[in-house]
Design a protein around this ligand. Structure first.
Ligand code: NG1
Ligand code: ZN
Length: 542
């Protein structure tokens, strides 16, 4: 075993990052310029081989993607048996394994982790993997496969997939043949499950008007085309026009299009030219983020981000739960991060009267918190999120005897939503179908949806600092404990603005700090963001 790992590792050397710098498994796994990733991916293969054996030989997933990042980047992350993100304790092991200085150290680390965690290396191991459309994905898959071969781990290549499809497949594989079977273990199974749930969730209603879907020139494009083969336009009313679906020119990926572009630039993708009044939405490069938007003929561009999808879903499901007379039986809650617009938080708390949790950035934190509810709605403002239904909730939808046609309809739609909404991770395609279902039920345009509340103007600023690790936070990243004294200065600054709120934190994915600010007016929000950014810069360079 040792020799095999060492020999294979020599073909996938790790590129040293330079003095004192380490590769770290962050919120998005390992993510960087693709040319640094060959050795990293090989080593992640070793980690997945260990993880599968630790988890009683269940299948582990590995996804090769850099999501919304530029085409030249790539990334690798590990999916746990129920389709969740890798358990947090293992992130440290991943970091350790990837940074082993030599091939021999690597093989020794592999064995020592197995020993420490009582992992039987002779037990069977199983890993499945997929990749987005980045050309560098081919080579990285080969590196991954070499690690699986060197550790005699059974490997299945699902080739091109969206990130949520891989999460779906992992869960299906590990629940196959049990009472919790999640679906057929194939891409077709995924489309069948969603298209069938879509019809049930619509309950005879139909989507109206065209929906233009910007696929960021990523893997979402071909996958959405594929999905549409499973959907009857007559039955659902779904009239989708797929745009920015060019996967033949790799450099086009996420370039001037996609969910991240729309969210951060607060404008529609310039191409194809947006038609005023047409309902549109954007996926990111691996189709796990979703942002709705349209160009209003009178008022201009408007965007409905993760906070909006979250409040829409929560309000819809809470209404259904009331119609099903289950409000005393099932607890529904919403989970956000500090980046959620203050107006959305107020709307959910005061208008919808639902409990809200706030967690640090990164969907794994939100996911974990959402599991505390029977129905847990979680979204990051950037459009990544989903709705989790507890086994108790799903059973209740199925087993409650309806006392009226209205109650039956509500129960059927709730059960259908449980199948429609990806239970493993945020999924742009599945979330989009949910939004379409809700708009059809409410007979709403995007404008009707937008009128539910008004967002507070906000600004996100990236600040380069000498050492981002000097910025340490508490209270779900809403307050800084370090550098000492900075939080007081921020508080003083914020107090001068109407409905002002601002916070700063070190990015988990980039070598920089981020400052968020919101206030009653555009100019106040910009001004506050700039002032706090200056403070961050000043303390960061001290
Ligand atoms: P960082 O770089 O830690 O702010 C960013 C996003 C997160 C999350 C991760 C993973 C913002 C402000 N931050 O994290 O929401 O999506 O990337 O992709 O959008
Ligand atoms: Zn993504």
């Amino acid at each position: 075993m040792d020799e095999k790992i060492i020999a294979a590792s020599k073909r996938h050397p790790i590129v040293p990052l330079g003095e004192g710098r380490l590769y770290t498994y962050g919120t998005a796994g390992f993510r960087m310029k693709a040319d640094l990733l060959d050795g990293v991916t090989f080593r992640v293969g070793l980690l997945a081989a260990l993880r599968s054996r630790k988890m009683s030989s269940k299948a582990i997933g590995v996804m090769i993607t850099a999501s919304h990042n530029p085409a030249a980047d790539n990334g690798v992350k590990v999916v746990d048996p129920m389709g969740e993100m890798l358990e947090q304790d293992w992130e440290g092991l991943a970091t350790k394994l990837v940074n082993a200085p030599t091939d021999e150290d690597l093989a020794a680390q592999y064995k020592s982790i197995a020993q420490q965690l009582n992992i039987n290396l002779d037990a069977p191991g199983k890993v499945i993997y997929g990749r987005d459309t980045r050309p560098s994905g081919h080579g990285l898959v080969a590196a991954l496969n070499d690690a699986l071969e060197a550790t005699s781990t059974q490997a299945t290549d699902f080739k091109l997939l969206t990130t949520p499809q891989l999460h779906y497949l992992v869960r299906c594989l590990n629940t196959e043949g049990t009472v919790n079977a999640y679906g057929a273990v194939s891409e077709a199974g995924y489309y069948e499950k969603l298209s069938e749930a879509l019809v049930r969730a619509l309950g005879g209603r139909k989507a109206s008007g065209q929906l233009v879907v910007d696929c960021a020139n990523g893997v979402g494009g071909p996958k959405l085309h594929e999905f549409l083969k499973y959907v009857s336009k007559d039955k659902t009313g779904l009239d989708i026009k797929v745009v920015n679906d060019d996967v033949l020119h790799p450099e086009a990926l996420n370039l001037d299009c996609g969910a991240d572009f729309v969210k951060t630039r607060q404008k529609p993708p310039p191409s194809p030219r947006p038609t005023p009044g047409v309902r549109s939405c954007s996926f990111d490069g691996d189709a796990d983020r979703l942002i709705y938007h349209w160009l209003d003929p009178e008022t201009g561009f408007f965007m409905l981000d993760g906070d909006r999808i979250s409040s829409l879903a929560a309000s819809f499901i809470a209404d259904l739960i009331r119609s099903a007379n289950l409000q005393d039986e099932l607890r529904i809650g919403v989970v956000q991060t500090a980046y959620a617009n203050g107006a959305s938080t107020a709307y959910i708390e005061k208008h919808l009267q639902l409990p809200i949790g706030c967690t640090p950035t990164g969907v794994k934190h939100l996911h974990h918190e959402a599991l505390k509810f029977d129905v847990g709605v979680y979204f990051e403002a950037n459009g990544h999120g989903t709705v989790l239904f507890s086994p108790h909730a799903l059973r209740t939808f199925r087993d409650t005897q309806p006392q009226s046609p209205a109650q039956k309809d509500a129960l059927d739609v709730l059960a259908a939503c449980g199948d429609l909404i990806n239970q493993t991770v945020g999924d742009a395609l599945s979330d989009m179908l949910l939004v379409e279902v809700i708009l059809a039920h409410k007979n709403w345009t995007l404008k009707d949806w937008a009128l539910t509340y008004s967002d507070l103007p906000n600004r996100l600023v990236r600040v380069e600092v000498a050492d981002k690790d000097a910025f340490r936070t508490t209270d779900a990243e809403r307050r800084l404990t370090h550098p000492v004294g900075l939080q007081d200065k921020i508080d003083q600054c914020v107090s001068k603005y109407t409905r002002g709120r601002s916070f700063a934190r070190a990015s988990g994915t980039e070598n920089a700090c981020r400052v968020y600010a919101e206030a009653a007016t555009r100019s106040e929000a910009d001004d506050l963001a700039n002032k706090v950014a200056q403070l961050v810069k000043q303390y960061g360079d001290m």
